[in-house]
Design a protein around this ligand. Sequence first.
Ligand code: NAD
Length: 500
Amino acid sequence: MRNIEHFINGASFAGASSRQPVFNPATGEIVADVAMGGEAELQAAVDAARAAQPQWAATNPQRRARVLMKFVDLVNANMKPLAELMSLEHGKTVADSMGDIQRGIDVAEFAIGIPHLGKGEFTTGAGPSIDMYSMHQPIGIGAGISPFNFPAMIPLWMSMPAIACGNAFIMKPSERDPSVPVRLAELLLEAGLPKGVFNVLHGGKEAVDAILAHPAIGAVSFVGSTPIAAHVYAEAARQGKRVQAFGGAKNHAIVMPDADMNMVADGLIGAAYGSAGERCMAISVAVPVGEGTAERMMKVLKPRVEALKVGPYTDSSVDFGPVVTAAAQAKIKSLVDSGVTEGAELVVDGREFRLQGYEKGFYVGACLFDHVTPRMEIYKQEIFGPVLSVVRAANADAALELVNNHEYGNGVCIFTRDGDVARNFSRQVQIGMVGINIPIPTPLAYYGFGGWKRSVFGDLNQHGPDSIRFWTRTKTVTERWPSSVLPGAEFSMPVFSGTK
Ligand code: NAD
């Protein structure tokens, strides 16, 4: 069996901590075991980061960018084996894993712009013989804590801008699919990143607690479920760290009466069931406006859901794979049970899905609920599985109110042909990322990614210009040189001297 070790100071590092099994969700078999780090292993990573960071920060931004360019080439050259390794531990299809890696590379490409992105501002003659300028200096050591569902994309979203800005980085990936971040660390080294600049510390709560408590770590980026995000945010802030923490989601798709139903069905099938619904931007609630719209939508949707093909990532014809663990499988099924008990109509029931030869895999077939109401647990909770709930709304105002009243605020989509309706909706909806006839409106690398409400704690988004602000501190210098200064001391505070 494979042992997955930490990656510290440019090399594999076993540490002395306990270990945990890693599963292949398609078969339910253990395929590896992973080191579960604690304080001692974190200290080794901090020591490596601390030693490497000053030199890396002093490397000019163009040279830092060149390392990332080489890295992008190496990831592209290794795309297929990386994707297969990801699918082995995550369960999603190889095509989905490639998409995961690609969206991560997009942010590496964005970060290559650091010579431009990292520039400060300059004002000549800000006062008599006075110039003023600002600069963005790296924080020092940053840490990332990522969820299982995007094992390449999210570590890269966190680390690429951080490294480009001249920080050293400690990545704490999910313990459920930890191999890909280690491969990325090896490829960064091969691309010329000095050892110690990017380190991988494996583990769970103990490793996270150690990160939050360590005084040398200046900034923490977290992505995961809302209760842990809230905890990480509060604890990191209490420790005086800069922190951004992204949480769970319940993303709605509003279907207006004038929507193109084939476009709606295509969109919902991909967005609700792709990657077994294990995406923070997955659509988990469809809201047809008006009974006629609901009837037309269900007529098109139901056979499409029934036809979805579920299976292992090794079969390239499947639409989606298993969910990540046996615990996730049990939780999803029990939430579906609760929906039935609470009176929703389970139109497509995937709970008993079995695949010959893969009986121990963590599969859940596609489920489709109609007549879901906001008081039901299947509506309130993030299910994070292949389950779509249909909540029928009487009119567009009721649909908007429904979305705005939900505690989560990550993504939303509206299907309509009416520009006025779409424009008003996008202005009034209390959600961070809005799609108009686009079911998964994940912003591209040069915009920021982040939700509202309890989908986020903190104020700067992932990637885009916010990421450069997040991973740097601004310093402003006000300067005057002796040759331009008239003799005589000034004792008063400079004040505004009127409009002339
Ligand atoms: P999770 O919260 O279980 O784990 C996330 C990270 O926290 C992991 O690295 C894990 O090791 C660590 N962790 C787990 N328990 C901890 C504890 N008690 N204390 C400290 N750290 C702990 O999340 P997950 O199941 O891996 O991922 C799925 C969740 O992530 C979903 O809720 C999904 O919506 C969310 N997510 C959000 C975004 C976003 O950008 N908003 C993106 C992807 C995923």
